[in-house]
Ligand binder design. Structure first.
Ligand code: COA
Length: 256
């Protein structure tokens, strides 16, 4: 359980709300644990047919809590709630709908690659800042993003690591539709309700069939990314990047 993640099951939809407004919904280890547990519980609960993930209308999530990255880095692939969340979302059987407004940084973008329907507000800002943080991509995004968006689009997003808007996200193929901010959550809920009204076995089997061909490749990419990610996290480039964020200054990579 986490005070910053609200989980509620209603009308066959398990809703997972990220709720840490003062830190732009940055995800702590407790929050990852609560989200992973909610996904596992959703799969196990016959009453649940669809999962809905959202943050605030003006902020989805600023990604992994950078203080946690510095203070509580994972030491092995099996250790670490962030890795557990990522692995879990990649193999969750029930369909996942996401509603994204404002910042969707790091895992805030990579988790979307594992969702079925992604609705985004016009102001949504996506970013994959792994390289600029001295890290490497996670959640199999180094495999999935080139596969979904094409190599050059993925290279721009992952290597230059700059924020981008809904037009690029739509063109890249991981946003389903742009919805005005004040209608975003209701639209996502209605879509989730639409999915929940369909024959549940057919929905889940169709999801499984669509993901079948890339299951092993996703797992393999996550394992390789995870190994490099942990190494990079312990390295001087990541330390400089994250320290600079909290000191509100530009990082200096000239010495590496
Ligand atoms: N981890 C920890 N704290 C974070 C955070 C993160 N990922 N993102 C934001 N915060 C905190 C800030 O430190 C600040 O805290 P403070 O009020 O105690 O100083 C607060 O949230 C507000 O953030 P701020 O940067 O002032 O908001 P903004 O609207 O100017 O910018 C972002 C929003 C999301 C663009 C910016 O916060 C950001 O780039 N965050 C880091 C994203 C990141 O690198 N995530 C890791 C991905 S792997």
């Amino acid at each position: 359980m986490s005070a910053n993640v609200i989980v509620e099951t209603k009308s066959r939809i398990k809703r997972i709300e990220i709720d840490r407004t003062d830190k732009k919904n940055a995800l702590t280890l407790d929050m990852y644990a609560a989200m992973a547990d909610a996904l596992v519980a959703a799969d196990a609960d016959g009453e649940v047919r669809v999962i809905l993930i959202h943050g605030k209308p003006d902020c989805f999530t600023a990604g992994n809590d950078l203080k946690d990255f510095l203070a509580r880095p994972p030491h092995s692939d099996s250790e670490g709630e962030a890795f557990r969340f990522i692995r879990t979302i990649s193999i969750t059987k029930k369909p996942i709908v996401a509603a994204v407004g404002g910042a969707a940084v790091g895992i805030g973008t990579t988790m979307l690659l594992h969702c079925e329907l992604v609705f985004a507000a016009p102001d949504a800002r996506f970013q994959l800042p792994f390289v600029s943080l001295g890290l490497v991509p996670e959640a199999a995004s180094s495999f999935l993003l080139p596969a979904i968006a094409g190599y050059q689009r993925a290279a721009e997003m992952l290597l230059l690591a700059q924020p981008f808007g809904v037009d690029k996200a739509l063109a890249a193929g991981f946003v389903t539709e742009v919805i005005p901010e004040d209608e975003l959550l209701e639209h996502a809920r209605e879509s989730a309700a639409g999915l929940a009204a369909l024959p549940p076995a057919s929905v889940q089997l169709t999801k499984r069939l669509m993901k079948r061909s890339r299951e092993a490749l996703v797992a393999e990419a996550m394992a390789e990314e995870g190994k490099l990610f942990r190494e990079r996290l312990a390295g001087p480039e990541a330390k400089e990047a994250m320290t600079a964020f909290f000191e509100k200054r530009k990082p200096d990579f000239s010495k590496f």
